[in-house]
Design a protein around this ligand. Structure first.
Ligand code: AMP
Ligand code: MG
Length: 937
């Protein structure tokens, strides 16, 4: 009937005490009669009073009792019984006023009443509405009384009884007690008045000094505890809210029996068994090995309090250590010790503990824990009905909660979650409940399993995340190489303009002819499949025939940004050992010494190659090598294949359908893989390509002009540059834009919204992918209607012939909504890192889901699936950062720190922990990252 905030059951505690101390009974204490005068508030009452002041007018602290009474009912007798109960218990006669200095004081009334309102309802729905309405009325604690009742008459012998009690006057135990007593009195049996009143208890409790022993224990136990962040559907509101809902779930009788047996084998109570399982689940969901769960205990420290109505419940923090991948049986023993220790120190009131710990103030969540577990008969207690009547639970929909998530487990037949609806959707909690059931089944079946070996997914869920959402098989005929289609296009439209740059242009025929000359020359110099040709040139008309020529010769092009510092250029040339270096006469003097044959793209006499056949290029051949930041501070070259990038471009064309009327801006530096599609996609489908002037990609005003004057329809922006661009006066005038494509770093929802509002004629797409997987592997169309309410813009779903997996550290798929590392499989995977077999094997791992021999690329990105399958990017698992889309590994930052004058930061470099323990980049790190970025761009 209630979800009392109480009470994991005295039985549990007694059992635990016995486990700890043999059979010795708890020391008996007696609560003395209170001194004359106004009684104090108990610790719990005081906290509840303050909570009420913070959120006046809410009903989060109302304990609701909702019963269906069938049988003839004597209404005046019921009213009298309610009043008699109120008269017999101090707590129900208390009013709470504020003193002049804003502190609460108690006024204890002589006479008591528990007012009953009677009303009629035509049907159950109306009765339910009436009950909800009644429960939604807040209490005025200063006016009192703290409890009231409503009787809704459905028929002469069919009633709904609703009692609302403020938590300041009761707890779960008390709710049972209250109903028992009401029905007993209704039947004419007056129970013996309790020896002590709640006011006596409060006075006694306030007189006890906090136990040093308990305080020291809890201080030690809770040191360094971080709040548990469960993956939620919505961001946590800055101020805690109390809107809740409930979800009940059944549990197999067989499983329950097996769990009970398991508990007995390990001297653990059902509570402990459930706590072990629940903590294991929470750890999985939150990706942590340190899980704290709140646990209510009755708090009735002496037997003479057992019959008293009032708030006694105390909350204990059960901090469970999941580290070291224990078996479930081992975990159960850990949990047993945790619980036994906690019970042995349960007398310290939660309020006192919180005050003593001096926690940082956080109004967004409850202190110490946001999740609680209680052994509670969630379907209502088996209160005996008055003579001639039957009593049943009368369920309603609304639940208030002070926590993120509450779990109630009763007689073993099932359980109930109460959850904060500002954080979670019903479907999410339903899934969570399913995972708890699966976990319980698995551990009941084999408690020797390690936590990492417990698969949470049902076969259906597994099929969904592994197969259905990766069902991306497509065929793109004629897409085997990066440049093949350009040759075909040139044959089809030789006189069409292929590329424009600062008022000059090349037709497809001119481009093709020049590329051939480059290819033949390279072939004569010995470059071909398996070799690398470096290209160090500014954006220019010469650049394109150069790149295309390299591809036709069968070699891979290696872009070397002319803006890079000499040391980086020297490193790349030494590392990749290109056969040939293509550059420009203006750049050549500043290039470091190299063994590579060096040719100037702007030198018409350099292209002396004899016409003749060129080698066949196969899908497995490397098309381009792009260097990206390395974790050791040394960049590494990613070797991408023709097949991989051809698939990526085939997908892009299928998705966006670029046509001859389209104009694509090429503005991304060649050292970023985005430039690959900017350059080659339009040429493959007869669209035209406009090259931005060197450096123009950083200049929003220039870009706006370029878009307007060239009629650009398709442009890419890293989100940070998109923000600058949209801030540019006249950005809204870029009406020719049809597609804005974002990638490279997280796209904030508000920026996406700004983009679609400023440029209503342009679609916005969020693409995601690492250099190691042919530019992009997932995409999301940002539809304007969805952005205003979105917390995040998804990175979307896998592109053609691509599989994306969100995996836990044991490489097992995580459930929907749960964060894990993103792994990529499929057509786009690079061959690996140039000349780095060890690093390649480390990052490109065997694919447990694909055909034999297939691989997955481990991104180091944290992601999760939405219920619709779309992926959300949640950040990095290491310290890698992005600056204006440029990837910088922590190792490179460390290297930049070490390079500071005087070698400052060296200590830091050494002190670095494992990658997942990296400190958040501080100001120094940020500055070092910027320095590293400057070195790289
Ligand atoms: P890069 O190799 O330079 O393309 O960098 C790849 C990394 O950039 C990914 O592993 C992500 O960390 C980040 N990234 C790329 N695209 C996105 C995106 N759309 N949203 C969030 N992060 C992204
Ligand atoms: Mg990328």
């Amino acid at each position: 009937m209630t979800r009392p905030d109480a009470l994991s059951g005295a039985k549990q505690e007694l059992l635990a005490r016995r486990l700890r101390r043999g059979t010795a009974a708890a020391p008996r204490r007696t609560v003395p009669p209170r001194p004359a005068g106004e009684p104090p508030l108990s610790h719990a009452q005081e906290r509840l009073w303050f909570l009420e002041q913070f959120a006046p007018g809410t009903t989060q602290l109302t304990i609701p009792i909702r019963l269906r009474l069938r049988g003839p009912l004597d209404v005046p007798a019921l009213a009298a019984a309610l009043d008699a109960v109120a008269a017999g218990h101090d707590a129900l006669r208390m009013r709470f006023a504020a003193t002049w200095d804003g502190r609460p004081r108690v006024e204890l009334a002589e006479a008591g009443t528990l007012p009953l309102t009677v009303s009629d309802a035509p049907d159950e729905a109306a009765a339910r509405a009436r009950a909800e309405e009644f429960l939604a009325v807040p209490f005025d604690l200063a006016a009192g009384p703290p409890a009231r009742a409503l009787l809704v008459r459905l028929a002469g012998d069919d009633h709904v009884l609703v009692i609302a009690v403020h938590h300041i006057a009761a707890d779960g135990w008390s709710a049972d007690l209250l109903m028992r007593e009401v029905f007993a009195r209704y039947d004419g049996v007056a129970p013996a008045a309790p020896e002590v009143g709640y006011a006596d208890f409060a006075a006694w409790q306030r007189g006890l000094p906090p136990s040093r022993r308990d305080l020291d224990f809890w201080r030690d136990r809770l040191a360094g505890l971080e709040p548990l962040d469960l993956p939620a559907d919505r961001p946590r509101p800055p101020e805690r809210t109390y809107a809740g809902a409930a979800h009940t779930f059944p549990l197999d009788a067989e499983v329950a029996a097996a769990l009970a047996r398991l508990g007995r084998e390990h001297s653990a109570t059902p509570y402990m068994t459930m706590l072990a399982a629940f903590a294991a689940l929470l750890g999985r969901y939150a990706g942590t090995a340190d899980v704290a769960v709140g646990s209510p205990v009755a708090g009735r420290q002496v037997p003479e309090l057992d019959g008293v109505i009032g708030c006694f419940v105390n909350m204990l923090t059960m901090r469970v250590d999941l580290s070291g991948d224990p078996t479930f049986a081992e975990l159960l023993e850990r949990v047993r010790d945790v619980a036994v220790d906690a019970y042995a120190h349960q007398d310290l009131p939660f309020e006192q503990l919180v005050a003593e710990l001096d926690l940082p103030r956080d109004v967004s969540r409850s202190p110490l824990f946001g999740v609680i577990l209680a052994m509670q008969n969630y379907r209502g207690t088996a209160v005996e009905a008055p003579a001639g009547m039957s009593v049943a639970d009368f369920p309603v929909d609304s639940w208030a909660t002070r926590y993120d998530l509450e779990l109630y487990v009763g007689d073993g037949s099932g359980g109930m979650f109460v959850y904060n609806t500002d954080l979670f959707d019903a479907a999410t909690i339903e899934r969570l409940a399913g995972h708890l059931r699966t976990l319980l089944e698995r551990v009941a079946d084999r408690p020797g399993r390690r936590l990492s070996e417990i698969d949470l997914l049902s076969p259906g869920e597994r099929r969904l995340v592994v197969e259905d959402w990766n069902d991306t098989a497509r065929r793109f005929p004629g897409e085997a190489t990066l440049h093949g289609r350009i040759e075909a296009q040139a044959a089809r439209t030789p006189d069409a303009v292929a590329v424009r740059f600062e008022g000059r242009s090349l037709t497809y025929a001119e481009l093709s002819a020049r590329a051939d000359r480059v290819a033949h020359t390279l072939r004569d110099l010995g470059a071909g499949p398996g070799s690398v040709v470096a290209v160090c040139a500014e954006r220019s008309l010469e650049l394109l025939p150069g790149l295309l020529g390299v591809l036709r010769a069968g070699a891979a092009y290696l872009p070397v940004d002319p803006g890079y510092p000499a040391e980086r250029v020297a490193f790349m040339l030494a590392d990749a050992a290109p056969a040939v270096l293509l550059t420009q006469s203006t750049i050549r003097p500043s290039l470091p010494e190299t063994a590579a044959v060096t040719l100037d793209l702007d030198d018409p006499d350099a292209w002396t190659g004899r016409p003749g056949p060129l080698p066949a290029v196969r899908p497995d051949d490397v098309a381009y090598v792009i260097y990206t930041s390395g974790s050791t501070g040394r960049p590494k070259g990613v070797a991408n294949t023709h097949g991989g990038i051809a698939n990526r471009l085939g997908w892009m064309q299928e998705r966006f359908g670029l046509g001859p009327g389209d104009v694509v801006a090429q503005k991304t530096p060649l050292s970023f893989d985005v430039s690959v599609w900017e350059l080659f996609w339009p040429l493959r489908c007869g669209a035209s390509l406009v090259l931005a002037t060197p450096g123009g990609h950083k200049d929003a005003a220039y870009l706006r002009k370029l878009i307007v004057t060239e009629g650009v329809t398709t442009a890419h922006f890293v989100p940070s540059m998109l923000a600058v661009f949209l801030g540019e006066e006249g950005a809204a005038g870029c009406g020719t834009l049809r597609r804005v494509i974002c990638s490279g770093e997280e796209l904030p929802a508000d920026l996406a919204l700004r983009c679609v509002t400023t440029l209503p004629g342009a679609e916005l797409h969020n693409l995601y992918g690492p250099t190691e997987a042919a530019v992009d592997v997932s995409a999301w169309h940002c539809l304007p209607g969805t952005l205003a309410s979105a917390a995040r813009v998804p990175i979307g779903t896998p592109i053609a012939n691509t599989a994306l997996h969100v995996l836990d550290p044991a490489m097992a798929p995580v459930p929907v909504g749960v964060p894990g590392e993103l792994f990529i499989g499929g057509a786009g995977l690079a061959q690996g890192y140039l000349n780095r077999p060890g690093l390649t094997a480390d990052r490109f791992v065997p694919d447990p889901f694909g055909p034999p021999g297939s691989r997955l690329y481990r991104t180091g990105d944290l992601a999760r699936r939405r219920p619709d399958g779309a992926l959300e990017f949640l950040g990095r698992m290491d310290g890698q950062v992005k600056l204006r889309g440029l990837r910088i590994e922590p190792g490179e930052i460390e290297a930049a720190l070490r390079a500071l004058p005087g070698g400052q930061g060296r200590g830091r470099g050494r002190a670095r922990g494992p990658p997942d323990r990296l400190p958040r980049p501080g100001r120094r790190r940020e500055r070092a990252a910027r320095r590293a970025a400057r070195r790289a761009t």
